[in-house]
Design a protein around this ligand. Structure first.
Ligand SMILES: C[S@@+](CC[C@H](N)C(=O)[O-])C[C@H]1O[C@@H](n2cnc3c(N)ncnc32)[C@H](O)[C@@H]1O
Length: 542
């Protein structure tokens, strides 16, 4: 293995300096630093851009996304029918590569660029497995090996990639190494690189992909696949991050969430940091093999993520009985991820929490939105009726996000809308206190576009009341997003531009109706519409 030095290394083509160096976060049990991290080369204000890479070294789409997403620029051609993905050009379609019949591209340019960047060496190989589904981590590893073999990965990038920890010993300890060796064998054959890389080296690279990849996302954070990059993959985790990753097509930007001082380590979140302490710790240990000691984790289960609405001892009799049945039949209460405490009351709550998270995981695997809605509603009822969950505690809040997405998919806008209002009022400010937090921004945008859609419908689908002006509520939300999208996504991002375009359209429309008095009208009417929208947050019982 190539050892990394603490000497700063700047990636070519980045617009703002950052550097890689020994991280004080990654330490072994004796406190010795054992890993690298990415450090700020300058001071950064919240919402400012730290650096951008034109594209990650390698990206690999989820199997389900191979059919509707460009394998080069990652434009996802499906998705929201209510317009929250306005940054996708109308009519964008993908066409299958005639060679491999596996990847699809949205244009000749994308196909040609992908060909030159490595697909020409992989196309034939992929064709041989055309009718079989190949795991994305295998495809990513295959691309890394093939591209290095053909001189398409520089020595510097290769050295940095090889510095990343394989966690082989951890995989041996958790019994998963056998599976890794098997996958590595398949990857070697698929990449035709047996003459270049040993079996063990390929297993190490495959393991690196498993433990170092980041998620490829759309600008509205729909997950599309995984990416590996020698620079990005050096960024360490914190449950209290000072930066976030945002994508604009293939471009990956790191932006500041909080003030970052020169030489401070840049940290992002690998997981959903709105989860309770024990769940975060378990997930990080299981997937990335470390114990998080960030400022938030050091406070243990004492922060808002771990709040319950009632004390475990005050659970209603009916829910005690439900919990006891779960304790007898499932092992949720023993799972450290659900840990609440040792007393019988706390173990009951742990069992209910485990049941809720298991239900949430089941929903993630469901492809039929009607079936998913049923699973989501069961989960939300458990969280609400047990009286334990505040609306912002997970997985209650995550169930609501999924409910909104699925209600939009099945066209049930009269339910989706008040749920969006509830999320906007009670959940987003709590979970994402920074107004330019990208998740808060895209979820507010989703609500804005739904409201605009409702404004365009005759009778507003039964939601209309004489005092409600859906157009104005939509305009209010659009203004809010427009004011922060440069911080969350970057001024020149396709997302920020699509928001600005929609804002301009609405202003033009209002001017045509109201003449030059738009500002007066908005200033007069908006506060009342905001109040009405806030009242709508209480329309749904849960
Ligand atoms: C994507 S890599 C980050 C780069 C890594 N530090 C290195 O030098 O290879 C992920 C790995 O870094 C380590 N890591 C990341 N964040 C950490 C943290 N907050 N505390 C301890 N180790 C961490 C873990 O070993 C994890 O599996």
């Amino acid at each position: 293995m190539v050892s990394s030095s603490s000497e700063p290394k700047y990636p070519p083509g980045t617009s703002t300096p950052f550097y890689l160096a020994r991280s004080e976060i990654c330490v072994d049990s004796t406190g010795k630093c054992i890993g690298d991290g990415v450090f700020a080369g300058g001071n950064y204000e919240p919402g400012s851009h730290i650096f951008t890479l034109n594209r990650p070294l390698v990206g690999s789409l989820d199997t389900e996304r191979l059919i509707d997403t460009c394998a080069h620029c990652y434009v996802w051609t499906e998705g929201s029918g209510i317009g929250s993905r306005l940054y996708v050009k109308e009519g964008t379609k993908v066409q299958t590569c005639a060679g491999c019949k596996k990847f699809r591209y949205c244009s000749k340019d994308c196909q040609n660029d992908a060909w030159n960047q490595g697909h020409k060496h992989e196309c034939k190989n992929l064709r041989s497995v055309n009718d079989k589904s190949v795991p994305k981590a295998v495809i990513a590893t295959m691309e890394i090996l093939t591209r290095r073999k053909h001189g398409l990965i520089t020595d510097n990038a290769w050295e940095l990639l090889c510095c990343l920890d394989t966690h082989i010993e951890d995989f041996k300890a958790n019994g998963k190494y056998g599976g890794i060796e098997l996958m590595a064998l398949g990857t070697s054959q698929l990449s035709f690189t047996q003459d270049t890389f040993s079996k063990d080296f390929v297993a190490g690279m495959y393991a690196r992909v498993l433990t170092n990849s980041l998620t490829v996302v759309t600008p509205t954070f729909d997950p599309l696949g995984i990416m590996i990059d020698p620079y990005l993959c050096h960024i360490n985790h914190s449950c209290d991050p000072n930066a976030f990753v945002v994508m604009d097509g293939p471009e990956v930007a790191i932006r500041a969430l909080r003030p970052i001082k020169k030489d401070e380590e840049i940290v992002v979140s690998y997981i959903d940091i709105t989860n309770p302490y024990s769940r975060r710790q378990s997930e990080l240990k299981a997937r990335w093999f470390f114990t998080c000691k960030c400022s938030k984790c050091q406070k243990g289960p004492t922060l808002q993520e771990d709040n319950w609405t009632i004390q475990p001892g005050n659970l209603a009799q009916k829910w005690k009985e439900v919990a006891d049945i779960i304790v007898q039949n499932e092992n949720f209460a023993q799972d450290p991820a659900n840990y609440v405490g040792e007393s019988p009351e706390e173990r009951r709550v742990a069992a209910l929490q485990g049941k809720a998270f298991a239900g949430y995981e089941d929903v993630q695997r469901m492809t039929d939105p009607h079936q998913a809605v049923k699973g989501i509603e069961d989960g939300m009822r458990l969280c609400h009726q047990s009286g334990l969950w505040p609306v912002y505690r997970q997985p209650y809040a995550a169930f609501r996000d999924d409910l909104i997405v699925n209600m939009l998919t099945v066209g049930n806008f009269p339910i989706a809308f008040p749920q969006c209002a509830k999320r906007y009022r009670y959940i987003l400010p709590k979970l994402y206190p920074e107004v330019a937090h990208p998740i808060r921004v895209v979820q507010t945008w989703q609500t804005a576009m739904l409201t605009l859609y409702l404004a365009s419908q005759e009778g507003t689908m039964g939601l209309a009341q004489p005092s409600v002006d859906f157009s104005l509520i939509a305009f209010m939300l659009i203004i809010e997003v427009k004011n922060v999208s440069a911080q969350s996504h970057g001024e020149n991002s396709a997302f920020a531009k699509s928001v600005k375009k929609k804002y301009d359209e609405i202003v033009t429309d209002l001017e045509s109706k109201l003449g030059p008095n738009v500002d007066d009208f908005v200033a007069r009417a908006m506060p009342r519409q905001r109040e009405i929208f806030m009242e709508m947050a209480d329309w749904m019982q849960y």
